[in-house]
Write a protein that binds this ligand. Structure first.
Ligand code: GLV
Ligand code: MN
Ligand code: MN
Length: 435
């Protein structure tokens, strides 16, 4: 049964100024010279951002907890503790040249929505948990969305724990360092250590606010988008093993040049996956060579593949060619093709999309339904519980870039719609509809 927009909307308590102040504060953790953010998952900067979220939560009386996957939760207690909570949030980690809004907006917006509710005197029937998922970006540790994937049970946390970053640090080591770093930051302020909770658990509904990361909303002049679904995405790590040799003395016949083999693979895939309509997205964003010396034939090359398409069958058909294309172009080298993730395209719940539209309409905010070409943690929550995503415009679609920008007014309107959705999902009439 569809839910209705609230009669006494808490959105009128959503503060644009507070939202901006919090975004500005979090942007300091990992701030780059060009005005962006480099806040890698489970880094010191990530712990600082998490500690700040716990501090704000504490001021509001929210209970902080974290699970073994490093997801952080701030719980606004409901009238009935036994009912599954509604979750809302996104991620605090960023790309190396990331912007100030990707992920962090959804976390701060959820906190602002809860604060608006508290100020309006709305006591939710069920708890609302503000969540920051661990490692959405997959930049330090691949693949991304480790926290939400482990929480949902789509992937085993144990699979991720041995994954290493570029410096050889494992996910389990970084999780432990972040846990103790967070406690050390909070203890001098008299704040208790963040409680450890079990992984997973029932969820009544999930709503994630995010910048669009594309140009559509700005182009049509709308402040809020309702996300219809997320396109599929498959990722790989390809390791090519050759042999180091002298750049001047080794013959072509002798060479096992890992770089040349890797380039041949990338070029072959770029040709086969080329799509005149620009729907298929093929990206090799990471490329590492060893020993990376001008006069040595490369002994090893490692590169990433990120392949996306909204049609799951098309994506699967392309995916099946990756191993073959790498093997065919390996020359005298060895190649190890490791698939890191395979997520299909998905659609969000029609009832949740309708609720988003009703909540926006009740505030006279015009909306547009649009698909997400970027990946989000909501993908892993969607099979667990009715889920929705709200987009706000992202200037010129510039994102994963320090110049990323979203206007305070748009962020405020998106948060207002989020607040009323969370209210509708936690009013007396709602439980049967969302369990
Ligand atoms: C996340 O940033 C993604 O689109 O992969
Ligand atoms: Mn994001
Ligand atoms: Mn991102």
């Amino acid at each position: 049964m569809p839910l209705n927009a609230p009669d006494q909307p808490v959105s009128r308590h959503v503060s644009q100024q507070r939202l901006q102040a919090r975004l500005d504060t979090l942007a300091r953790f990992g701030a780059t010279a060009k005005g962006g953010v480099d806040r890698q998952a489970l880094s010191r900067e990530d712990a600082l951002a998490q500690a700040q979220m716990v501090r704000w939560g504490h001021e509001l009386g929210l209970k902080a907890s974290r699970d073994p996957a490093g997801n952080l939760f701030l719980r606004f207690e409901g009238l009935d503790d036994g009912l599954p909570p509604v979750l809302s949030g996104s991620h605090l980690d960023s790309q190396p040249t990331g912007g100030r809004f990707d992920g962090v907006f959804g976390v701060v917006a959820a906190l602002e929505a809860v604060q608006a509710m508290a100020e309006a005197g709305h006591r939710p029937v069920r708890a609302i948990e503000v969540v920051a998922w661990m490692n959405e970006e997959g930049s330090r540790f691949a693949p991304g969305m480790m926290g939400s994937a482990a929480f949902s049970g789509a992937r085993e946390l144990d699979e991720f724990l041995p994954v290493r970053d570029g410096a050889g640090i494992r996910v389990d080591e970084a999780l432990a360092a972040t846990r103790s770093g967070l406690d050390e930051l909070l203890a001098p302020e008299g704040l208790s250590p963040v409680v450890l909770r079990p992984l997973g658990g029932p969820v009544a509904a999930y709503v994630e606010a995010h910048i669009e990361q594309g140009p559509v909303l700005e182009r049509v002049g709308l402040s809020v988008g309702i996300v219809s679904g997320i396109q599929g995405k498959h990722t790989w790590r390809i390791e090519v093993l050759g042999e180091a040799a002298h750049a001047g003395t080794s013959t072509r016949a002798e060479r096992k040049d890992a770089l040349m083999a890797a380039l041949a693979m990338v070029q072959a895939m770029a040709q086969v996956f080329h799509d005149e309509d620009d729907v298929t997205k093929f990206t090799v964003g990471r490329f590492e060579v060893e020993p990376n010396a001008p006069s040595v034939v490369a002994s090893r090359a490692v590169f990433s593949i990120d392949l996306r398409h909204p049609d799951t069958d098309r994506l699967n058909a392309m995916s099946q060619q990756v191993q073959r294309l790498c093997t065919e172009h390996r020359g005298p080298c060895e190649v190890v093709v490791q698939r890191l993730s395979a997520a299909d395209s998905l659609s969000f719940s029609a009832d949740m999309r309708q609720l988003a539209q009703d909540c926006a309409q009740a505030q006279d905010i015009a909306t547009l339904e649009l698909p997400s070409a970027a990946g989000h943690d909501a993908r892993y929550l969607n099979p667990l519980a009715p889920s929705a995503m709200l987009f706000v415009p992202c200037h010129l679609g510039i994102t994963h870039n320090e110049a990323e920008y979203a206007s305070p007014h748009d962020l405020w309107l998106g948060t207002r719609v989020l607040a009323d959705m969370l209210q509708a999902l936690t009013t007396a009439s709602s439980p049967e509809s969302v369990t």
